[in-house]
Write a protein of this length. Structure first.
Length: 495
């Protein structure tokens, strides 16, 4: 797929940049897309390592993606170097970083720009995360750019959605529309939903519609209802106010959550110090969920590189068999001096394998609560047995000599209980339980618009020892009272 320039310069380099320097050029992205290439203009052949950094208050910040393997460049041309993919957003500032083994393998042009550089031997060099400090500043523009596939998302364009062949088993008629109702034995094959403009009289095509085995009956309030009796089979019925409806009961799955705090030291305890000095590191970060004690107890790091602690966590003691859906690490940290940012990063350890999360920048002295759902170390799906051996990790990097602290760490397990049927009864809902073993053979769905007179056809119904005689013809709306008297007399004769 063709790539375009997303961020960086398009001007050829005219001046050499020395070898064994960690150099970064500041650019504002001109397009949104997925970056996968770095292009370098070289004035000498050599090898170059490349990376992309985020911006942090006008300085290089967190590492986004890097290729720490050198790639060859050829003099007097633009060279395309591969790098892992990264999402670039138009208008956002990024830093494109390089280190070369040959003077002139990376270059700058005469345009005004923003550069940062410091000595860093090419051999064995890997791009740090974050970029760090102690750079020298220059105002030239490096001849380098990030290229990738541009993403174009037009706004305000209506999109048609392709649909299949939906089937509707009943018709809805808008209120206030004059209707003709067919009586007899009508049949309705698959029909579409028809919506008419209010206030326009409609002629409804009448044929011989049939409704077969529809399990829901909805009656507007104030409408007399005929009840079909036979040997219906019902699980149970939930009745919201004014509407009778049948509810299908299955085996719903409910996501549950359990928070597990540190309860012992893990495989290593490397952070610089703890407060107070008595006890262990783990009991300085085991605060109850929702009630961190902040400066009362904490662990601390003073070094300018990541230092880690590992903690065992409480056992999962719910006494049920579960399917683990996810594990999320929560942590609460604070920078002790806002002159330079510090960083915190979560992690998980299982059977000597680790998954590390994304660094959180602590740019001020406020408390920051972070969380990240992490994948299972060494891959695969989480298992209930993993929770017994799981350790939670916290890594801290200090930007100043005053250090960075952490007061709380825990994990939240999302899970589903397996092998248990869960029943939900909404509050305030009246439930009717069918007694015996009734069976519904064919129930018709009937929807009546408000204010429409109805004639009700009765078949031959058995109700206990009483027998209602069926009328021999269909009654219209003006004969409902006569039909009632006929049914009453028939019942008295049977008794």
């Amino acid at each position: 797929m063709a790539t375009v320039r997303l961020v960086g310069s398009a001007t050829d380099g005219t001046n050499f940049t020395g070898a064994d320097y960690f150099t970064l050029g500041k650019f504002t992205a001109i397009a949104t897309g997925t970056l996968s290439e770095i292009k370098i203009y070289a004035l000498a052949s050599g090898n170059v390592k490349v990376a992309i950094y985020a911006d942090n208050a006008g300085e290089p910040g967190a590492l986004i993606v890097a290729n720490n393997t050198g790639q060859a460049v050829t003099l007097n041309q633009w060279n395309t170097l591969t790098i892992g993919s990264a999402q670039i957003t138009q208008g956002t500032v990024y830093w494109i970083a390089c280190n070369a083994d040959t003077s002139g393998a990376i270059t700058r042009n005469t345009g005004a720009g923003t550069q940062r550089y410091k000595v860093a031997t090419y051999s064995g060099f890997t791009f740090p995360d974050p970029a760090g400090s102690d750079f020298t500043n220059q105002v030239y523009e490096y001849a380098r750019a990030g290229w990738g596939v541009q993403v174009v998302a037009p706004s305000g364009i209506a999109q048609a959605i392709a649909l299949g062949t939906p089937k509707l088993n009943f018709n809805i008629v808008l209120s206030g529309i004059a209707q003709a109702i067919a009586y007899g034995t009508p049949t309705v094959s698959t029909a579409g939903l028809s919506i008419q403009v209010p206030g326009i009289a409609q002629v409804i095509a009448l044929g011989t519609p049939t409704l077969i085995k529809l399990l829901q009956i909805i009656y507007p309030s104030g409408i007399a209802q005929p009840i079909a009796l036979g040997s219906p089979k019902l699980n149970f019925i939930i009745k919201p106010t004014g509407i009778a409806q049948a509810v299908a009961i299955g085996t719903p799955a409910i996501i549950l959550y359990k928070c597990l705090k540190p309860d012992a030291a893990g495989d290593y305890t490397n952070l610089s110090t703890q407060y107070p000095a008595s006890g262990a590191h783990w009991d300085k970060v085991d605060d109850p969920v929702g009630s961190p004690d902040d400066l009362s107890t904490y662990v601390q790091n003073f070094y300018g590189s990541y230092v880690w602690d590992a903690y065992n966590i409480e056992p999962f003691s719910e006494g049920v068999t579960i399917d683990v859906k996810s594990v999320t690490v929560y942590f609460r940290c604070r920078n002790q001096n806002s002159t330079y940012p510090s960083y915190a990063k979560p992690g998980l350890r299982l059977n000597s394998q680790e998954t590390l999360g994304t660094a959180v920048t602590l740019s001020d002295t406020d408390w920051h609560t972070g969380s990240e759902a992490l994948s299972r170390p060494s891959g695969g799906n989480w298992a209930q047995a993993d929770l017994a051996d799981l350790q939670v990790l916290i890594g801290l990097l200090s930007g100043t000599g005053d250090g960075v602290i952490c007061t709380q760490v825990y994990v939240r397990v999302a899970y589903v209980v397996t092998g248990v049927v869960q029943t939900i009864s909404p509050s305030g809902i009246e439930q009717l339980i069918a007694i015996g073993t009734p069976t519904v053979v064919e129930m018709l769905q009937i929807i009546y618009a408000a204010g429409i007179s109805q004639a009700v056809a009765f078949g031959t119904l058995n109700i206990g020892l009483h027998r209602l005689l069926a009328p021999t013809r269909i009654l219209n709306a003006t004969r409902v009272q006569d039909a009632t008297r006929i049914i009453t007399r028939s019942r008295e004769q049977e008794l």
